[in-house]
Design a protein around this ligand. Structure first.
Ligand SMILES: NC(=O)c1ccc[n+]([C@@H]2O[C@H](COP(=O)([O-])OP(=O)(O)OC[C@H]3O[C@@H](n4cnc5c(N)ncnc54)[C@H](OP(=O)(O)O)[C@@H]3O)[C@@H](O)[C@H]2O)c1
Length: 259
């Protein structure tokens, strides 16, 4: 029986991923800030016959990833699959964005993901087996005016993940960068872009469908996977179109549907 550690498992894509891992009989370590929601998820998934540990932690706070790692070491838990899913975005002009929002995105989307990878990867390499799934976004393929920091954090996740996937290619460990497009979860409301053309007009996928794409990608050991054919096409098109045009279109879809 293997153990999967999933960050951001109290809701959205992380919760759907947790269900998929539990159905395939993986024990779970679930992390998020909300203790109540984690307990509820743990009770639901334990009924499927797997062991579920929960950690109520703000991963954007500096010592949390190390605390989590040390605690699991003390308890003798081996993490076979690390899913760095927790992340958030904030909508608004960069110059007007509160400091906490700007750096909160960097701390969670970049620093915590990098730190957890840094902590768990060496042991996977030593065992000659393991999987890491880093949840990026199709946002990572182009600049994102009005969500500049969020888009940039996801570009980091793509670049970082592809690079380390290459470094460990002969070590028995796979690193999968998974890129959802717009998905119906609590994400857009928290980001403040739930009224954007992207979410209002262009359409979002269900969290269940996205999680299934992600689950398959990580179990197949794919390096880069984009959820949904339409999202794949859009991501490819950004490679050939002029950067200024790509950036202008990116802004247009991020603006409110009314404007
Ligand atoms: N939804 C989309 O349209 C979309 C598109 C592309 C990529 N993504 C990416 O997919 C991932 C999951 O997003 P989602 O849509 O499922 O979002 P979500 O519904 O808002 O869920 C986010 C999860 O992360 C947890 N979380 C948030 N801040 C945290 C913190 N500081 N420390 C620990 N846990 C934290 C949340 O739980 P608590 O609030 O209890 O902490 C929740 O479990 C993110 O990386 C996101 O960037 C989402």
């Amino acid at each position: 029986m293997s153990t999967a550690l999933i960050t951001g498992a109290s809701g959205g894509i992380g919760y759907e991923l947790a269900k998929l891992f539990a159905r395939d009989r993986h024990d779970l370590v679930l992390v998020a800030r909300s203790n109540d929601k984690l307990t509820q998820v743990a009770n639901e998934l334990q009924a499927l016959g797997v062991t579920v540990k929960t950690f109520s932690l703000d991963l954007g706070a500096e010592p949390s990833p190390k605390f989590l790692y040390d605690q699991l070491q003390r308890e003798g838990v081996t993490v076979d699959i690390l899913v760095n899913n927790a992340g958030f975005g904030a909508f608004g002009e960069f110059a007007k964005m509160p400091e906490e929002q700007t750096f909160g995105q960097i701390r969670l989307n970049i620093v915590a993901l990098t730190e957890l990878t840094r902590l768990f990867l060496p042991r996977m390499i030593a065992r000659g087996t393991g999987r890491i799934m880093n949840v990026a976004s199709t946002a990572g393929f182009q600049p994102g005016p009005l969500m500049a920091v969020y888009y940039a954090t996801k570009a980091y996740v793509i670049s970082f993940s592809e690079a380390i996937a290459n470094e460990v290619r002969d070590a028995g460990v796979t690193v999968t960068c998974f890129c959802p497009g717009a998905t119906h979860t609590g994400f857009a409301e928290r980001a403040g872009n739930d009224k954007s053309r992207l979410f209002k007009q262009l359409g979002a996928m269900s969290a269940e469908k996205v999680a299934l794409d992600g689950y398959r990608a990580v179990m197949e050991g794919r390096t880069l996977a984009i959820s949904g054919a339409q999202n794949w096409l859009v991501a490819q098109s950004t490679r050939f179109a002029p950067r200024k045009l790509v950036t202008a279109i990116s802004r247009w879809i991020t603006e409110d549907a009314k404007s």
